[in-house]
Design a protein around this ligand. Structure first.
Ligand code: DGI
Ligand code: FE
Ligand code: FE
Ligand code: FE
Length: 187
């Protein structure tokens, strides 16, 4: 599947705003992949599909999580977390993406996980810093991304946790585990 075919499939699933975000993630992910030595074609494809399931009805996502052995704890947390694993599932089922590295980058783009691969890190960070993102702290992460993928990623996970804590929202355990894992492994 080439870039234009992938974008055409995804465009039908998204709002205009979310599609523009996807283009931003794609361009950012390709640059990060080039800079840090990840596979640029895989980064491109994972970025294009990362929010594929973003607008699926909650009931449909819930059903997919339950029926396919995904972590059911997800259902106790913010439904914003669900589109990542469900997106990986649907990108395979509906769009025929079968590269497991690409699917994992989609699956873990919201929570992260312990032992993230280089490709997963690139997609997580690209999602956070693409040019269409405007929130406090994003500029600092963009600057860190110029010199250290690891440091930029830690800061973005830290910001995400602090944002959720400030709003009094629960934090999905994998998000904490990601933070601890990166902090202990990154110089
Ligand atoms: O889909 P995007 O908006 O591009 O970005 P994303 O997939 O990183 O989703 C971010 C949303 O998910 C944001 O509203 C915060 C929420 N989120 C991320 N990690 C956690 C979380 N919500 C909870 N409750 N717990 C988390 O660990
Ligand atoms: Fe997302
Ligand atoms: Fe994200
Ligand atoms: Fe996104």
């Amino acid at each position: 599947m080439n870039r234009d075919q992938a974008l055409a499939i995804v465009k039908e699933q998204l709002t205009e705003h979310r599609f523009l975000h996807t283009i931003g993630v794609m361009e950012t992910a390709i640059k990060l992949a080039e800079k840090y030595g990840a596979d640029e074609k895989k980064a491109e494809l994972a970025a294009i599909f990362h929010d594929y399931a973003k607008f699926r009805p909650k009931d449909e996502m819930k059903e997919i999580i339950i029926s396919n052995g995904m972590p059911v704890e997800l259902l106790d947390y913010n439904s914003e977390l669900w589109h990542a694993p469900v997106g990986a599932y649907l990108a395979e089922k509906e769009a025929g993406i079968n590269d497991s590295e690409v699917l994992d980058a989609i699956r873990y783009h919201t929570s992260g996980r312990t032992g993230m691969t280089l490709l997963e890190k690139v997609i997580y960070l690209a999602d956070y810093i693409e040019p269409g993102r405007h929130f406090p702290g994003v500029e600092e992460v963009r600057e860190l991304a110029e010199s250290s993928l690891g440091k930029a990623l830690i800061k973005s996970v830290q910001n995400t946790i602090m944002f959720l804590v400030k709003k009094g929202q629960p934090v999905f355990p994998a998000t904490f585990h990601t933070y601890n894992d990166l902090l202990m492994k990154t110089e």
